[in-house]
Ligand binder design. Structure first.
Ligand code: CU
Length: 120
């Protein structure tokens, strides 16, 4: 029973994390890693109704979950097939949050993903 409740609460958290009512599915395909002075790629995949969504314009804001390193703004290059690429040199590894904000056909979308940055 405890497990069931925990599972249900996790589901609620996941649903809450998936903000806006759009039908976009945004995945962090490749998270950046961390090594002092090194730049890593950041790859995001966007699907709309399960199909690759090309031609989107969005910005991603990176923040550390439990520390203040300010906000790092990333612009992405449309690689086609729903794949968008950027790169970043992070100040440290650990838990990071990416807030993706964009617009398509006049409707705005927003998506928040928490991810782990591995130290290389
Ligand atoms: Cu930090």
């Amino acid at each position: 029973m405890k497990k069931l409740i925990a599972g249900f609460m996790l589901l609620m958290v996941l649903l809450a994390g998936c903000s806006s009512g759009s039908d976009y599915e945004i995945n962090l395909k490749e998270a950046p890693k961390y090594k002092a002075g090194k730049t890593y790629p950041v790859v995001i995949e966007v699907l709309q109704d399960g199909k690759p969504a090309a031609g989107l314009d969005f910005v991603a804001y990176l923040e550390m979950a439990k520390m203040d390193h300010g906000t790092i703004e990333l612009n992405f290059e449309d690689k086609g097939n729903g794949i968008y690429e950027s790169s970043v040199e992070l100040p440290m590894g650990g838990e990071w949050i990416v807030n993706i904000e964009g617009e398509s056909d006049g409707s705005a979308f927003e998506h928040v993903i928490t991810f782990e940055v591995e130290k290389e």
